[in-house]
Design a protein around this ligand. Structure first.
Ligand code: TYM
Length: 391
């Protein structure tokens, strides 16, 4: 069976504990079972403006992080997406069989430009209703008229901000919109069968599956395998911010205290965990369904300590761990120990590897050659299917 693993990370800064638990930790295990390709998706990174010198630094930093986490560059392919032209070529071909409606549904795009036409329509409806009310109010008491005016004012303010959001869509770059097609191309270019990612990439992966199906149907072929997602255990698949248990841990979050960077040293890690948001409940493990911050910290602990628990158990009151800690002080100390012992050695290794840029560049070069050879062969076959001359 021609099974192949492909995954990638955007080189937009330090990688963090979410990237590690949601993706890289899984890759490290998979590399022994599958042929694996781990990409640094720099073409995805430029969907938002990047400083060129920083981008190059971050590409190297991401490669160093893969290696420091335990990805073997001899056994697997590590390379930068922009070094293999097939990604952009295939993205164009796939874009020609992807309906815009599919891309419109992507929540990540919506989150980034923050809008929805439907909301605008609803808002207009509300204003009309309010205007009617205003009209009627002329014939009624003065106080009602005042209230009607206030509510119209509120609706128009809301409309104004929605129109502003609409402008953001008009200004949003094409690359940001078509990003999921490039991601589908990354995966399909190598005829990937398995894609290990965190939960936030699930929707993009479903699109990649749909795009593969659309191409196969259009060209009456079974050329592209339909790629299977491989999610980490649920305690790791969605690591949340240390400042807000409802937001995912992310490179773009402003406060550095919201995340554990894989480059953080033991002191920084301990400080961040000590400052991590909790709540006023004394017990660490009670009523976790209503306590996103406590739940997140416990999930991180379980992921690192390899404690397997069912999701339904958390929503309730998980008693299995309840006797372990007297309170958050105790628990946070155990959590900090677990994070330090997993991350501090990685951090040291990243700094060591980063000292040797020529080593990293040589890995990227040989990775690009190996990936390029597979991509070139596949692109010739894909071009033949499409009807392009293969010279
Ligand atoms: P990116 O760079 O945002 O994230 C890289 C990987 O880390 C996972 N991840 C998380 N997992 C758990 N908790 C979190 N808080 C968290 N934050 C990030 C992501 O799920 C991902 O697995 N579009 C992709 C990159 C990409 C790709 C691909 C992935 C481009 N082409 C092809 C797989 C296959 C992205 O932006 O990931």
């Amino acid at each position: 069976m021609n099974e192949l693993v492909f995954s990638g990370i955007q080189p937009t800064g330090n990688l963090h504990l979410g990237n590690y638990l949601g993706a890289i930790k899984n890759w490290v295990a998979l590399q022994h079972k599958y042929r694996s390709i781990f990409c640094i998706v720099d073409m995805h990174a430029i969907t938002v403006p990047q400083n060129p010198a920083e981008l190059l630094h971050n590409v190297r930093l991401t490669a160093a992080t893969y290696i420091a986490c335990g990805i073997d560059p001899e056994k697997n392919i590590i390379f930068a997406q922009s070094s293999v032209p097939g990604h952009a070529e295939l993205a164009w071909i796939l874009g020609c069989s992807t309906p815009m409606g599919w891309l419109n549904r992507m929540t990540q795009f919506k989150d980034k430009v923050n809008t929805s036409k439907l909301e605008l329509k609803d808002e207009l409806k509300k204003i009309k209703a309010n205007l009617n009310e205003y009209h009627e109010a002329f014939f009624l008491m003065r106080s009602k008229k005042a209230r009607a005016l206030a509510s119209i004012k509120k609706s128009t303010d809301e409309l104004e901000s929605l129109i502003e959001d609409q402008n953001k869509v008009e200004k949003a770059e094409l690359g940001l919109f078509s990003y999921p097609v490039l991601m589908a191309a990354d995966i399909l270019l190598y005829k990937t069968t398995h894609v290990p990612v965190g939960e936030d990439q699930k929707q993009h992966l479903e699109l990649a599956r749909d795009v593969a199906g659309a191409f196969n149907r259009q060209f009456k072929t079974e050329y592209f395998p339909i790629p299977e997602p491989m999610m980490a255990d649920w305690t790791s698949a969605r690591v949340m911010s240390l400042r807000d248990g409802m937001k995912k841990m992310s490179k773009s979050e402003e406060s550095d205290y919201s995340r554990i960077n894989l480059t953080d040293d033991a002191n920084a890690i301990r400080l961040k965990i000590q400052k991590a948001k909790t709540d006023t409940e004394r017990s660490v493990t009670k009523n976790l369904g209503e306590r996103p911050e406590a739940r997140n910290l416990l999930n991180i602990y379980c992921a690192l300590a390899n404690i397997k628990v069912g999701q339904e158990v958390w929503a309730d009151n998980y008693s299995g761990l309840s006797n372990r800690w007297g309170g958050f002080g105790d628990f946070k100390k155990a959590l900090a120990d677990a994070v330090v012992s997993a991350i501090a050695p990685i951090s040291t290794e990243i700094h060591r590897v980063m000292n040797d840029t020529s080593y990293i560049d040589s890995i990227l070069k040989s990775g690009a050659e190996k990936a390029g050879a597979i991509a070139e062969k596949n692109m010739r076959e894909i071009k033949r299917l499409v009807g392009f001359p293969v010279v």
